[in-house]
Design a protein around this ligand. Structure first.
Ligand code: HEM
Length: 271
């Protein structure tokens, strides 16, 4: 994520360590997101190609509902855009693409912002049209996620158009993290199961203490940690930069554990 790098910063050893740990975090996240995309394309795309849309209902909460044409269309658009946006984000944040493919960066960026807004609206349509997946707590958490995605999308676009590129980069990273909220949810759940070899605090109606934590945490925690990262990178001294580096290494290890479990529990069996 060297796109966060401020050219004016003195690039001392602790700054390099911090940037390096952010890059490693990003590489692990991209690897985990590619597995998620594989699940989406292989399971939903594969069933669609075979003409077996009923297979979607094996894992979805509402899925395809006979007679609910608008809801089914919203779901189909949602799943198609889910694969596109999960691939588009990492491409957009790759420094090489930003430097060498500027025209592509602009068009992919516009497409990403529009996709983020449409996928959020289709998600909201499903929640309020069909009833929240998992229950009211999950509904509230996902609504927050959708609202934050749309706010970050508008701010990212606005500051790009204003030419305020430092502020644009900050909002673009926030947007990437809130768009990844759905993925963080699955990784967070996987990590919880890995740590406890079970899911304490989780109920079938998704209103246990852990469910409430994750319903809002999957959006708020990554953004809060990113804010801390910006602050340490731009204003912190070497000790805080080294502490943040260590924190990112620990977070990366935890995320890798969560990716492993989500792959084994959610994605591979449903691919
Ligand atoms: C922005 C990134 C998003 C991605 C990549 C994404 C991805 C997905 C995927 C892959 C599924 C199918 C379940 C699975 O196989 O895991 C799904 C279902 C669903 N998503 Fe999203 N989603 C996103 C945002 C949202 C938002 C913001 C909302 C809510 C406002 C939402 C609401 C839903 C609902 C309600 C379903 C379930 C449909 C059902 O079970 O019948 N999604 N999403």
């Amino acid at each position: 994520m060297s796109m966060i790098t401020q050219p004016t910063l003195v690039r001392d050893h602790s700054s390099k360590l911090l940037s390096g740990s952010a890059k490693v975090w990003f590489l692990f996240a991209v690897a985990g997101q590619l597995i998620f995309v594989f699940h989406i394309l292989h399971f939903y795309g594969g069933a669609t190609i075979k003409g077996d849309l009923a297979a979607w209902n094996e894992i979805l909460y509402h899925g395809i509902i006979t007679g609910d044409t608008m809801g089914n269309v919203a779901l189909g658009i949602h799943l198609l855009l889910a694969a596109i946006i999960t691939l588009g984000g990492p491409i957009q944040l790759t420094p090489w693409v930003q430097t060498h493919m500027r025209r592509f960066h602009r068009w992919n960026g516009r497409a990403y912002v529009v996709t983020a807004i449409v996928i959020s609206l289709s998600g909201l349509y499903m929640i309020f049209g069909r009833g929240a997946v998992g229950g009211p707590v999950m509904g509230a958490g996902n609504t927050l996620n959708a609202l934050m995605i749309m706010v970050c999308a508008v701010m990212t676009m606005y500051f790009a158009m204003m030419g305020k590129l430092d502020v644009h980069r900050h909002w673009a990273l926030r947007l990437y993290l809130v768009v990844s909220g759905v993925w963080f949810f699955r990784v967070g759940f996987g990590l919880w199961i890995l740590i406890h070899q079970g899911a304490p605090g989780h109920t079938d109606t998704f209103d246990g203490p852990f469910d409430i934590f994750l319903a809002f945490g999957h959006t708020l925690i990554p953004v809060a940690l990113l804010q801390l990262y910006f602050w340490v990178k731009e204003k912190g001294g070497p000790p805080s930069r080294k502490t943040m580096t260590l924190g990112l290494v620990v977070l990366t290890a935890l995320m890798a554990g969560g990716i492993f479990m989500a792959t084994v529990i959610f994605w591979l069996p449903n691919s």
